[in-house]
Ligand binder design. Structure first.
Ligand code: 13P
Length: 244
């Protein structure tokens, strides 16, 4: 169960969040819990999550280790904060910052090389769904973005399916629509990496997940977890999503 805070919260707000969130998930041993925070909150979040099962992630990375890349943050830098996860290829990065599938592959490889778990995001835009291109888009994002990984590397990633039309819009994909897309992705995993890997693969659903709809989403065997934006900012609502 992963949260994506996007560009919200200062370090002080991060501390306040964890004070309330920690006790709510202290007994939640049924799942892994990840909070992906802004770079400037990582250290505070890691410290606040010490001796808990909560893991901390970043939301982006640059694939070089260091160098003249003004404004960028590398995987070793992320790792040095104690963060263990990183989002790669979120639709907002693709949409507003021109991130391509090729960049997604480079970033995924760099994350793995630094022992960070990449949560690689894929998903179609509204017009692509309406023109019946969902499967095509998912296959393309899969084949250009992640199918370049070796089997051993692939086994260490998590995929998040986030239909762009469901992000921040209050329009959740129905559990059936989400499960159908997860199945499309899993089919690609099976073709490229085999049946065992496809069965083991964790695919999270993201897009307007709330305490009210998480149960029906998680009831789909195809949905292994969720990636939560807005509702992860509030400790009580993210707590009740984790404990669905
Ligand atoms: P919302 O839950 O706010 O729709 O955001 C989803 C998302 O983008 C998570 O990465």
């Amino acid at each position: 169960m992963a949260g994506n805070w996007k560009m919200y919260k200062t370090p002080a707000e991060t501390s306040t969040f964890f004070e309330k969130f920690r006790p709510l998930v202290a007994g939640s041993t049924h799942c892994e819990i990840v909070v992906s925070a802004p770079f400037t909150d990582l250290q505070t979040a890691v410290e606040a999550a010490l001796s808990t099962r909560i893991q901390i992630g970043a939301q982006n990375l640059f694939w070089e280790k260091e160098g003249a890349f003004t404004g960028e943050i590398s995987c070793p830098m992320i790792r040095s904060t104690g963060a263990t996860h990183v989002l790669v290829g979120h639709s907002e990065r693709r949409q507003y910052f021109g991130e391509t599938d090729e960049a997604v592959l480079k970033k995924t490889l760099a994350a793995l090389a630094s022992d960070l778990t990449p949560i690689v995001c894929v998903g179609e835009r509204l017009e692509q769904r309406e023109s019946d291109d969902t499967e095509l888009v998912l296959i393309e994002q899969f084949s250009k973005g992640i199918a370049g990984l070796e089997a051993k590397q692939f086994a260490r990633i998590v995929i998040a399916y986030e239909p762009v039309w469901a992000i921040g819009t209050g329009k959740t994909a129905t559990p059936e629509i989400a499960a159908e897309a997860h199945q499309m992705i899993r089919n690609e995993v099976q073709k490229r990496y085999g049946e065992d890997q496809a069965a083991r693969m964790r695919i999270l659903y993201g897009g307007s997940v709330k305490p009210e709809n998480v149960k029906s989403l998680m009831a789909q065997p195809e949905i292994d977890g969720v990636l939560v934006g807005g509702a992860s900012l509030d400790p009580v609502s993210f707590g009740s999503i984790v404990n669905y």
